[in-house]
Design a protein around this ligand. Sequence first.
Ligand code: BES
Ligand code: MN
Ligand code: ZN
Length: 497
Amino acid sequence: MKRISFRFDTTYNSDYDSLIIPVFADGQLPQACAFLDTDSELANLVKDLNDSADFTGGSGKTLMVMQPSSASIKRLLLVGFGKEESLTAKSYLEAIKSAAGALENTGAIDVLNACVLVQPAERSSDWAVRHNAQVFQQNFYDYAHESRGEHKNKEPKLESMAFTVEATPTATFAAQQGQASALGMAVTQDLANMPSNFCTPAYLAETAIELGKTYGFETHILERAEMIEMGMGSFMSVAQGTDTPPKMICLSYKGGAADKAPIALVGKGVTFDTGGISLKPGASMDEMKYDMGGAATVLGVFKALGELKPNINVVGVIPSTENMPAGNAIKPGDVVTSLSGLTIEILNTDAEGRLILCDALTYAQQTYKPAKIVDMATLTGACIVALGKHVSGLLANNQPMADALLAAGEETYDRFWQLPLGEEWDEQLKSNFADMANIGGPAGGTITAAQFLARFVKDVDWAHLDIAGTAWVSGDKKGATGRPVPAVLQYLLNEIK
Ligand code: BES
Ligand code: MN
Ligand code: ZN
């Protein structure tokens, strides 16, 4: 993806070909536009457009004005933020997104962006810079896999963008972080949007290896025979019904002190989930190509880490397979032995995510001795029922860690909502024929799924992100969102401080 070059410039001048100006309701210019005093013609124009009702600063509205004044700037993009006192993070970000959309099919190349507003009051100007960098860079994303056929790819003209604030070290980092986040999201979106006949476990592994070559990550891929030999009976039971080779994909980024235990990111990589013998209904089954959204998020976060090179150690562990019905597929009632030695009665083959994640969690702990583990998975439809599609589910065995993730989610507006864990839910996993069943009945499905994973987490801080509702959107805008790359990246960066 083409990169925007971000700069800072507090002096308004007409070297730019375009200027983006924020406007509040009734044509009010924010404090951020004080620099416009040097071009009263532009300020008057905003007032005239308001008086004539052509542009009144309505939230998320935009108006492009060509050759707006005798001062030779070519384009003026007015962006409405609504009533100043009603501005929220959501309305701010939506307005920025419309601005990026309005600029998209224009000839704008070098832009001065004055939309670095500090309202709502608790947001810093770094917050606004980070979000602008992320949104404008992310707007370049275009799913352009060859299988799309005649699709005409986006060819953005925009090259550079200056923000009208001081180039402090934190502002500079904010722009870099926003951009890295967007580049990471694009990796995640591309992998997730790609159909499962292209995005196989092997393709995910190749992507990890390519990222490793580009950014210097160590990578290690485990193959089926090796994993059977090692005793990953749970993961391998899901993979036994598919001819497509499963992979355990491991990456490590070493940006911190050599003796510092890493944070492990574990991502569910089911490249297609038919449900197996507990077959899913046909409607919308195509969307189960997105069941590797956790894996794609881990790889997207690694892309961002490679870009930013922060002072931290991170490992990624991705169990990846298809979940297929077949003559040799696992059947309800089958009992398997996980890598940890615990036995599992598989009462529903569609609860496969936890079956592959439990072995990945054990493997990650044995191999990397991580200080903390965050797993991410499109794990339960129940999470969508409980929380809808605007926040990811968060469950953790450690409250400070949950709080840190919740904070990172708020900072990036890539939010989480915490659900409880507890013995009562754990008891729902009782089996008459093994150490546990892989389902806990219809009540509290997101919690019992997390409770299952918790049984494989030994004395380490752990959080589980259920991204079933947030990894993609359905309907006529169907596509991967790139979530929760921004929040997980923010969480890792906050861990350094
Ligand atoms: N990948 C699905 C969860 C899912 C479903 C995510 C729909 C997003 C949209 C997962 O493997 C699954 O099938 N879970 C079952 C668990 C059940 C059998 C206990 C579910 O949610 O129905
Ligand atoms: Mn399933
Ligand atoms: Zn699944």
